[in-house]
Structure formats: structure tokens, C-alpha cells
Write a protein that binds this ligand. Structure first.
Ligand SMILES: [Zn+2]
Length: 315
């Protein structure tokens, strides 16, 4: 997506150098720059904002790269994402039917794709405990074999959009997984649809959790309530670009240091591609919209939201 305003001339040349994260010269240059900023400012260099030197690195904190919508095109998907500055993509887990394919893809791209583990609320039925057993077995085996860690327990939550037939089971599965995340010292990635009241009731019993509300659709009041109960971020995606979406108003009010970027690809494609298949390379469009709403530059949105994702997911 070529939507970002880019500097010209010398600045553009320096930007180009720094945009290549593998470039040895770029790394040395950034290192020296940070040292000098640190020396002159007497504070932490990453808190400083230099548009010319910024590398515009993004993290897509929620995307389904192993979805069948991208079948056979995964390599091209990742290449396009990296071209757009999205260096890291976090993949939510769904259930035992999709898990092996997702982890197989992650294992092929360990530097670019990082997995979550979790049972999606839409996959919770009467047999949810068997699904959970399967999930824990899978995770323990994967961690032992690869000596790597998942970044979060997700996507987990409540979804009453299609009805409340399994509302009780969804709540039980969610509470089990919140405890599991706490035991394993992992943040949570929450999927929530038409169920904020029940969710807040559960979170009041599970204070002190860390996590993010994927595709946040709640009010500013609900966000503040969550902040009182734990360490919460909101995931902002393509919906923020939709006309008449109340999310834009919420994003104006939520501090930038509480926002992470996400696409939820292949769903929720931002304007002007709404209705088409979404993918991680659309992240700069979302950053640009947030920048517009908050009156800051896209580079600043990139820098702060990437720091937020790193802090939250320990990456
Ligand atoms: Zn999702």
C-alpha cells in the first residue's frame, strides 16, 4: 500500500537505508543515533521521535495467515506484509481442526510468524473440555520439540452473535483459559461479540490479567472499567476506517500507548478495500487512520503501537 507520505531527497535515502532492518549499516547508524540522542537528552532514546530516521516497523497482532483464503499464497502474503513494513505477525489459534496447519506455517517462518494457543468461543460446544485437553497436549509437545513459546492465549472469549445456545460453556471455557494464561504467565487475546456485560463480570473475578481486546467494539467506559481491573490494550483494525463506526470516537479517547494494530485478515478489510480480502500489508492504512484521528504522524503511530505489542506479548 503506497499511502504513506514519504520524505524526499537525502532524507528519503536515509529512510531507505533504515527501512532495511537486515542492513548492517542501518543498524550501526541507528545505534549511533540512539547513543547520541541518549547522551544529549539524558533519557531513554526510544521515547524520542525522529520522523526522518524512523523505520516504520509494524506488528500485526491478530491475523489468520493460515486461513484457507490464503491457501498456496502464504509466501506471497508474508512478502507483501514485509514490503509494507509489517515485520511480525501474531497468529491466533482457533481449535483442533485448524491448529496443526497454523503451527506448521509458523514453524516454516519462525522469525516472522508467532503463534497463540487457545480455543475460539465459536468452537466451544458441549465437548469443550476434550478440546482443551487436546490444546494443552498440543502446546506442551510443540514447546518441547521447538523450545519456543507461544505469545498469548487466544483467541478466546465470548461470542453471542449467533445466539446463546452455548453461553454457559463459553463462559466456562473462557474462565478455564484465563486461569491457564495466568498459570503460564501469558497475556490473553480476547474475541468478544455482543457479550460485554458477561465478559466484565468474569474479568471482575480475574483481576490483574494482561491482554488485548481484539477488534475492540466496546465503549470508552468499558475500556476504562477494564483498565481498572487489569492491564488491557485494545486491538484496532480496519473497522476504524469504516464510515459511521463508533470505534473512531473510542480510538480518539483511548491513549495511543494502549493501542495495538491488527488486521484480523482475511476479515475486516479497511477502506478503500472494504469488502475485499484483508491481509497484513493493509496495516499502514489502519495506522494512517489512527494518526489522522489522533493528530499525530503515521510514524509515531507505528513506533508506539509496535512498542506496545512488544511489551504486551513479550516479543
Ligand atoms: Zn480472529
Amino acid at each position: 500500500m503506497k499511502t504513506m507520505p514519504r520524505p524526499h531527497g537525502k532524507a528519503a535515502a536515509i529512510c531507505h537505508l533504515l527501512r532495511n532492518p537486515r542492513g548492517f549499516e542501518a543498524k550501526i547508524f541507528t545505534f549511533l543515533l540512539n547513543i547520541s540522542v541518549f547522551y544529549h537528552a539524558g533519557t531513554h532514546p526510544t521515547k524520542f521521535y525522529f520522523p526522518i530516521f524512523d523505520t516504520m516497523i509494524f506488528i500485526d497482532t491478530h491475523c489468520h495467515v493460515s486461513d484457507e483464503a490464503f491457501s498456496g499464497e502464504e509466501e506471497a502474503y508474508i512478502a507483501r506484509a514485509r514490503e509494507a513494513g509489517v515485520d511480525l505477525m501474531l497468529l491466533p489459534d482457533i481449535d483442533s481442526s485448524e491448529r496443526p496447519a497454523m503451527f506448521a506455517l509458523v514453524d516454516k517462518h519462525p522469525d516472522t510468524l508467532r503463534p497463540m494457543i487457545g480455543l475460539y468461543p465459536g468452537s466451544v460446544g458441549e465437548g469443550w473440555k476434550d478440546e482443551i485437553d487436546d490444546m494443552v497436549r498440543f502446546l506442551d509437545r510443540w514447546e518441547a520439540e521447538t523450545r519456543r513459546k507461544v505469545v498469548a492465549v487466544g483467541e478466546i472469549g465470548l461470542d453471542y452473535h449467533e445466539g446463546k445456545e452455548f453461553a454457559r460453556e463459553q463462559k466456562e471455557a473462557l474462565e478455564w483459559q484465563l486461569d491457564f494464561a495466568a498459570r503460564r504467565g501469558l497475556p490473553v487475546n480476547i474475541h468478544l461479540r455482543d457479550a460485554m456485560g458477561d465478559f466484565l463480570e468474569i474479568i471482575r473475578r480475574h483481576k490483574g490479567l494482561r491482554g488485548n481486546m481484539h477488534a475492540y467494539s466496546g465503549s470508552i467506559e468499558s475500556f476504562r472499567e477494564l483498565q481498572r481491573l487489569g492491564d488491557w490494550y485494545i486491538g484496532v483494525g480496519g473497522v476504524v476506517t469504516f464510515k459511521n463506526a463508533g470505534l473512531a470516537e473510542v480510538v480518539r479517547d483511548v491513549p495511543l500507548d494502549r493501542i495495538v494494530l491488527e488486521t484480523d485478515a482475511p476479515y475486516l478489510t479497511p477502506v478503500p478495500f472494504r469488502g475485499k480480502r484483508n491481509e497484513s500489508s493493509c496495516i499502514p492504512l489502519i495506522a494512517a487512520k489512527i494518526a489522522e484521528l489522533k493528530g499525530v504522524t503515521p510514524e509515531e503511530v507505528a513506533g508506539i503501537t509496535t512498542d506496545n505489542a512488544k511489551n504486551l506479548f513479550g516479543i
